[in-house]
Design a protein around this ligand. Sequence first.
Ligand code: ZN
Ligand code: FE
Length: 240
Amino acid sequence: MLQVQTIPILSDNYAFLLTCSQTGAVGIVDPAEEAPCIAAIEANGGRLDMILLTHHHGDHIAAAEPLRAKYGARITGAAADAHRLPKLDRAVVEGDTVTLGASLAIVIDTPGHTRGHIAYHFAAEHALFCGDTLFALGCGRIIEGNAEEMFASLAKFAALPPETLVYCGHEYTASNARFALHVDPDNAALKTYAARVTDLRERGLPTVPSRLGDEMAANPFLRAPDVASLFRLREAKNKF
Ligand code: ZN
Ligand code: FE
């Protein structure tokens, strides 16, 4: 069993603390601010074995080195981006497995937001850590890649089981919901999802993780039928 704790960091980022309940092994995904990550680690027993990075942006890696120094954790990240990530203890490529205690993640290559972006899929636990590739009701900005790459990356997620929990890197859901309703105003599943988002945000609660099945029904980027549609959607969202 993998327990996942969502840690709000910076202005709208999330890091995730992962605990294997069988072995006590602890990992953290995308730690980019020391204080809240350390507070969560300490409250969880003061142990950190592994740091998992999705991509090289500062708002995902900034606390990786200090956490490695403090806890002796090993840093895992994309081999393709090793030159611009903190020094990796394990450089991974698509299809590699990452072991946290008794839990196994498969590495998925997901270029589009950045060239060396990867995601971690804990299949048995139905947990996907997808950084800035897929967001709840949105997708990442295409900064280094192109729409074709982003389309292929999103298609990999779309093939995962609908019960998969999507742990994305930012709390962008409310603004994503406004755009989604703008482009797909008659989608009943989207309306239901958007109402839930409004309710959660009014109560100050995170909208992450979301269920992949709900994203498949409501997320316009995941529903885009082809590369050209995805490109147009992403352009429209940039200007929205
Ligand atoms: Zn990013
Ligand atoms: Fe980010």
